[in-house]
Design a protein around this ligand. Structure first.
Ligand code: CU
Ligand code: CU
Length: 562
């Protein structure tokens, strides 16, 4: 396995107990400035060896009358359109689950984006997606292409600069019944460039997006579709019409009590989370947050890379101020949204009718569950949350479709999922009531990652990440007892989000291969939790969504959960 040429490109790694230590604290520039990879590719294989997942609970398709390559027949999964972004592939494609055809696709580099890392995706409902639907696809910052150990010259060749190579796009795309059309880069039209999670509002009137490198979350309206003049019209003439507007934008900063101490003390010994209302420039009407602008760290925190931040191994302009605001999820009641804070394992609850924060949920076991947020200034509007300490970092989150529960992933120092009762109309009364745990979730991996709920609300599905090249798992949790009732192990590498078919029948678990591995969709039944098989799916995904056909489907879509 030892390959001198290859290992000279990356940092040297040693595994100690469950902890992976990266000996190189700074990711140096080599030769012409190739930033060496510290994450993913280099880091994951080492922790994986001891965690190879085998055994009776592994997915074995031969038990269900098929070969290990068993595929659910197209047509059996219902009349749905399944949309997935292709991460490093740079686009998105829509698969017709009825016919098996790729209905349409788009590649963003065709439009002059030299480093389109198609990241998270959310689709607006459409009564007949075969006639048309609209979606939002974020792209990551361009430098993220450097972190997976690719021997790439993309930076040397100047493709990551200036702003059009820096990523953080919010592409608004419309499928018109025949082809996909790029109708707007919301980052360009608003000046707000965000590269991570995108979530549609429960009433489908807009969307929110966030970015954990900048610690910015923004809320956008949904303008009417432009009159599309297509291929016979000059590029400058197409897509005329009303553009997306920012309804509100917030920035967040971490101010550690021991901000000059060690990196770990900077977060874990407590401090203040500061939320600030961002304003646009009066003259241009734009925010100044496109591309790299505002980045505190040079690339995103991959799952569990909070560890790299708090050990000083993820460089950037202001890592100590990082709070990791990388996502928003919406409460089904359509009034409150949760802004997810990874470094604090917390979520600021925002009232979207007043655009004021209400309180802050704090996830770790042993920490207070609901913290007050206080306004400290009106120029600009600024609020603060005090944390006595931070016991662990956290990540993906979501509300149950009935709005009665909220959960988020506690990771690394703790590896569990707190469950909040969110049935009270006042979020200040939302309470941490229990934790989803698994004895297997110990140390850094395997760790709970993405979640979604069954249509009948009786189950929560959770992807459980193991480091590449080991295959990740997906588990089902009973939403009455919050106990794991089923595990599918060895599903595929880098298992990401799940989507449910809105008829209540199937769960589609995408596994990505975005690090050049196998990719596909593992399908199982929502009710009896039986494996159905694998759907072919090319591209190296990071997210997926079944296009909703009714607005209420959003409660089980990329709206309430990540
Ligand atoms: Cu992501
Ligand atoms: Cu995330």
């Amino acid at each position: 396995m030892k390959n001198e040429t290859k290992s000279s490109r990356g940092p040297e790694l040693i595994a100690r107990k469950n902890r992976v230590v990266n000996r190189r604290t700074v990711l140096g520039a080599i030769g012409g400035g190739v930033v060496a990879a510290a994450l993913g590719d280099r880091l994951w294989p080492l922790v994986s060896d001891s965690r190879a997942q085998t055994g009776p609970s592994s997915v074995d398709m031969s038990r269900f009358g098929g070969s290990t390559g068993a595929r659910p027949g197209f047509g059996t999964l219902g009349d749905y359109v399944f949309l997935s972004p292709t991460k490093l592939g740079g686009g998105a494609h829509a698969q017709d689950l009825q016919s098996g055809k790729t209905m349409a696709w788009i590649e963003y580099w065709n439009y002059g984006d030299p480093c389109a890392i198609a990241h998270h995706i959310a689709a607006y409902p459409s009564a007949d997606p075969r006639k048309g639907f609209e979606f939002i696809n974020s792209t990551q910052g361009g430098a993220n292409v450097l972190i997976y150990g690719l021997p790439t010259q993309i930076k040397e060749r100047g493709l990551l600069d200036p702003v059009w190579g820096q990523g953080n796009r919010l592409y608004r795309v419309h499928y018109d019944g025949q082809q996909m059309n790029l109708i707007e880069d919301v980052a360009e039209t608003t000046g707000v460039g965000l590269g991570v999670h995108t979530v549609i509002y429960p009433d489908a009137t807009g969307f929110a997006a966030a970015d954990g490198q900048k610690d910015v979350a923004a809320f956008f309206d949904r303008p009417p579709l432009p009159t599309l003049a297509k291929d016979d019209v000059a590029l400058t003439e197409i897509n005329k019409g009303q553009k997306t507007k920012v309804q509100m934008a917030f920035g967040a900063d971490w101010i550690g009590r021991e901000s000059t101490g060690s990196m770990e003390a900077n977060w874990f010994n407590g401090g203040k989370l500061r939320l600030t209302r961002l304003v646009k420039a009066r003259e241009t009407g734009l925010y100044d947050l496109r591309g790299n602008k505002g980045n505190k760290i040079d690339w995103e925190m991959v799952p569990m890379a909070e560890y790299l931040v708090y050990t000083g191994q993820l460089p950037g302009d202001a890592p100590r101020k990082l709070c990791g605001l990388d996502a928003v999820v919406h409460h089904p009641g359509n009034r409150y949204s949760a802004m997810v804070i990874r470094m604090c394992s917390a979520a600021i609850i925002l009232d979207r009718t007043t655009w004021e924060p209400v309180c802050c949920l704090h996830m770790p076991e042993g920490s207070p569950g609901n913290l007050p947020i206080r306004k400290v200034s009106s120029n600009p509007d600024t609020w603060e949350v005090e944390f006595d300490d931070i016991k662990c970092v956290g990540h993906e989150a979501g509300f149950s479709p009935d709005g009665n529960f909220f959960t988020m992933m506690n990771n690394i120092r703790q590896n569990n999922m707190p469950v909040f009762d969110t049935s009270d109309p006042d979020p200040r009364n939302w309470k941490k009531i229990t934790f989803v745990k698994d004895p297997a979730w110990s140390g850094d991996y395997p760790s709970p990652f993405h979640l979604c709920f069954s249509m009948d609300r009786s189950k929560m599905f959770v992807s459980v990440l193991s480091p590449k090249p080991a295959k990740s798992a997906v588990v089902a949790v009973d939403t009455k007892t919050w106990k794991i009732i089923k595990k599918f192990e060895n599903v595929g590498p880098d298992a990401q989000t799940m989507s449910v078919t809105y008829d209540g029948k199937y769960v589609l678990q995408i596994f990505s291969g975005f690090q050049r591995l196998e990719s596909g969709v593992f399908v199982f039944t929502q009710d009896t939790l039986e494996p159905v098989g694998y759907l072919p799916n090319f591209g190296g995904h990071h997210d997926c969504v079944v296009v909703p056909t009714r607005t209420e489907h959003l409660l089980n879509s990329r709206c309430t959960t990540l």
